[in-house]
Every structure is written in C-alpha cells, then in structure tokens.
Design a protein around this ligand. Structure first.
Ligand code: SAM
Length: 291
C-alpha cells in the first residue's frame, strides 16, 4: 500500500519500495527510544504515520467487536490443534491476536506500526498473556516451519506497488508454516468491490464528515483510495493510499503458485461460498506434507 496523510494536494501513486532490506527486529517496549534499532529500512515515516493516523478510518466499533465471532468461525472451519503456534501477520492493535491468546494459542503478532504494537502488548500483558510482538515489514519476515497457522486479516494484503512483493508475502507465509499448517488471507474481493463501486461517497461519524474517492488505475489492478476528513472546527486532513484488489481466482492462483494445496475461496470466515455480493474474500491454503 502506498500511504500518506497530508493536507497537500494528493499525488496519485506512491508505492512502497520493493523488499530487499534487512530482517525485522523483535520489538521490546522496555528499550529506551534512542537505543532502539531502526524499525524498518523500507518504510518511510509517512507510511508508518499513515497507519497511526488512519486508525479511526478502518477500526470502527463494529470491526473491533466482531473479532471474537470471526475467530470462532475461523477456528470451527480450520480445526486448529490446541496450543498451536499462530502468526498474526499485520496484527494491528491485536484484536485477533488477543482473541486467539485467550483460546490458548501461542501467539506471535507482526506489524510495522509501533503504536499498534504498544496497544496490543498492553492488552496482552493486562490479561497475563505472553505474546511475542515483532515490529517489522511483512515482506521481510520468515521463520521456517515455525507456525501451525498464519493469518493475514482485516484487508492487510495487496499493499505493494510491485506485485512481486505480494507473491513474496505468500511464499514467506508458506515457508513459515509447518507441514499441514494453514495460511488465511481475508480481504475484499475484486468482484464485490466492482459491484458496489462508487467513485465518490461520503459519511458523517461522530461530528466529522468523511469524503471518499476511489480511482481505479492500471486496468483495475490498482485502486487509489483518497479520503478527506473534515473536523467540526474546519480542520481538514487528507489520507491517500493504494492497494491491489484481487479476484478470488487471482488470489487462489497466488497461493497455488507458492505451493499451497487444497486452496479454497470463501465469502466469510465460516466457509460461506464466495460470490460477487460477499463482503469478504477469505482464501485458505494448506501446506502439504503432513503425516
Ligand atoms: C487494515 S489494518 C488491519 C490490522 C489487523 N489485521 C486487524 O484486522 O485488526 C492493516 C495493518 O497492516 C499493517 N501494515 C501495513 N503495511 C505493512 C507492512 N508492509 N508490514 C507489516 N505491517 C503492515 C498496518 O500497520 C496495519 O496495522
């Protein structure tokens, strides 16, 4: 995803650069700021700042409160063994990470946004969970055969200007899984996106007005998403980011090309068939080779 939050006129396509930098670092909240290692070499301050500022745009109450039911449905569909090791890739403030820790899974959460990790870590500590949080870029994280389940939830996929980076994320997830483990991506499907597409729309929420503008580029393979937020006092902030929407068949192919087997596309976490009216596209693939 290319990101910025600025009041200046928008520049249409600023992609995250390709993944070639050093490995991510484990985040330790007790380390003084001046002693902390560089958090990531790939991401600009603007890109990190975008997610800090954009939380009210994507994390509404409905999403926050919906996490337990999502995890219930997902676990029922996947039959995850007790005490499995689970990686929440792009965990954000940890709404799914904490929910899975409550059910006894050994959790690792990775995200590039430090303030989200701090929130997630506080929530985990408050409940007495020992969760590993890693500050890093999803393109650079790989821990061979370490996890039984890798999750990428809440529309955290397709952010990179170079499609090879998306391929790399799926390959890394494959490498990080044990044989028989599953990888799950939850996003919005291109079919549903196009069906409900509105180039411009607006809504009001808690005294703020939001104007949304979507621009399809590169033959509908790259969406530039611009949001302008108007505060009650006249203040105005613009958020600009871009992403690659995937049709169900495209995401399934990406999984298969990385080596996943039994790859299925669903319309929700409970295994509902995917259709052009589905609010979600949930793709699940297995790493073969289990006994
Ligand atoms: C829409 S939020 C979803 C968060 C979480 N999965 C959830 O559903 O609540 C997307 C998340 O992806 C993270 N993110 C974006 N680009 C990333 C990258 N290259 N590497 C790691 N995390 C990234 C952001 O910091 C943000 O927390």
């Amino acid at each position: 995803m290319s990101t910025s939050n600025t009041t200046a006129p928008s520049t249409p396509e600023i992609g995250q650069p390709s993944a070639t930098a050093a490995a991510p670092t484990t985040w330790r909240p007790t380390t003084p700021a001046e002693e902390r290692p560089a958090r990531h070499d790939l991401l600009s301050k603007e890109q990190v700042g975008f997610w800090e500022a954009a939380e009210p745009l994507w994390l509404n109450e409905q999403r926050r409160d919906g996490a337990p039911a999502e995890i219930d449905a997902l676990l029922a569909m996947l039959e995850v063994p007790p005490e499995a090791a689970v990686l929440d890739l792009c965990c954000g403030p940890g709404r799914h990470t904490i929910e899975l820790a409550r059910r006894g899974y050994r959790m690792t959460g990775l995200d590039m946004t430090r303030t989200y990790l701090e929130t997630a870590d506080e929530a985990a500590t408050a409940e007495g969970f020992d969760v590993e949080f890693i500050e890093g870029d999803m393109r650079l994280f790989e821990r061979p055969a370490a996890f039984d389940l890798v999750l990428n939830l809440g529309r955290s996929f397709g952010y990179f200007s170079d499609p090879e980076d998306d391929v790399g994320v799926v390959r890394s997830a494959y490498s990080s899984l044990r044989p028989g483990g599953a990888f799950v991506v939850e996003t919005i499907g291109k079919e549903a996106l196009i069906r409900s597409f509105r180039a411009r729309s607006w809504r009001e929420h808690q005294g703020r007005f939001y104007l949304f503008e979507l621009t399809p580029n590169r033959n509908w393979s790259w969406i530039v998403d611009r949001t302008i937020v108007f505060d009650a006092d006249g203040g105005q902030t613009e958020f600009l980011f871009s992403y690659r929407p995937y049709a169900a068949s495209e995401l399934v192919s990406l999984f298969e090309a990385a080596g996943f087997v039994d790859v299925q596309a669903y319309g929700d976490f409970d295994g509902t068939p995917y259709s052009f009216t589905s609010k979600k596209l949930v793709v699940v693939g297995r790493k073969g080779g289990a006994d």
